[in-house]
Design a protein around this ligand. Structure first.
Ligand SMILES: [Zn+2]
Ligand SMILES: [Zn+2]
Length: 261
């Protein structure tokens, strides 16, 4: 009931329409809208839809105008003794008071039901939150361990790339060394060939002159030995494998170098 605008509500279950115009009032202090009143009380015997009271008396059910005309108000209690007037007014006020009390009880019941539903909902939400929290904590732990793994990989990666750079530097050095050796070899080779005619015919017959030339060269040998030791020192242990894997295009050159010496 909305007490602020002083309007009663239909007592028919689940109707609760604000009453206006005509309403049906009963001796059991219930009130109904015109639709439910005319429907329920057209049968005989009439039963109150709100409290199931039997309403068999002639004045047990009255269809009343809620906003009576001035003429009606002027005449309805006219001629009655004051005690009768007060009696009628008292009974009408009791009816009103009962309706207000009932409505308040209904509102309180609705409120308590809503509160218990809210509590239930809060409980469910709290449980959900707790399980989410547990889930989140687990995920955070997982993230932290994954981060650790990633850091480990990063560290390994930087180590490997550092090693790769070192190998590349060594390779560049070797390449320079190899190029200079080849150049010297060529120069020495050319010099030997130029001298070949004066060295005697038997060398040509064995065919060993050209092969033996680089090793016999006094300039070449110390350089070649030095080159060998430097070359193998940098290819020690697992170094050679990694080195040639990373520098695949130069693999053939490396092999050539090894074959020659
Ligand atoms: Zn109704
Ligand atoms: Zn009733």
């Amino acid at each position: 009931m909305s007490l602020c605008d002083d309007t009663l509500l239909c007592n028919f279950p689940k109707c609760r329409t604000k009453l206006g115009g005509f309403a049906w009032v009963t001796a059991c202090s219930h009130v109904f809208c015109d639709q439910h009143g005319s429907g329920e009380f057209s049968r005989s015997p009439s039963i109150c839809p709100a409290c199931s009271s039997a309403l068999s008396g002639k004045l047990d059910i009255v269809r009343t105008e809620l906003s009576p005309s001035e003429e009606y108000k002027a005449m309805v209690l006219a001629g009655l003794r004051p005690d009768v007037i007060l009696d009628i007014s008292g009974r009408a006020l009791a009816f009103w008071s009962y309706q207000v009390t009932q409505e308040r009880m209904y509102q309180e019941y609705s409120l308590s039901r809503a509160e218990s539903q809210l509590k239930q909902l809060e409980k469910v939400l709290t449980q959900q939150n707790q399980s989410r929290e547990v889930e989140l904590t687990g995920m955070r732990g997982e993230i932290a361990s994954l981060k650790k793994v990633m850091e480990e990989y990063k560290r390994k990666y930087s180590e490997v790339s550092e090693r790769l750079m070192e190998r590349n530097r060594q390779y560049q050095k070797l390449q320079g060394l190899y190029d200079s050796l080849r150049l010297r070899n060529m120069v020495v080779g050319v010099g030997e060939r130029d001298m070949a005619p004066q060295l005697g015919h038997h060398d040509f017959n064995t065919g060993g002159a050209r092969q033996a030339t680089p090793q016999r060269s006094p300039q070449f040998l110390p350089v070649a030995q030095d080159g060998d030791s430097r070359f193998f020192s940098c290819l020690e242990a697992d170094g050679a494998k990694t080195f040639f894997q990373y520098s695949s295009p130069t693999r053939e050159r490396g092999r050539l170098f090894m074959k020659k010496h």
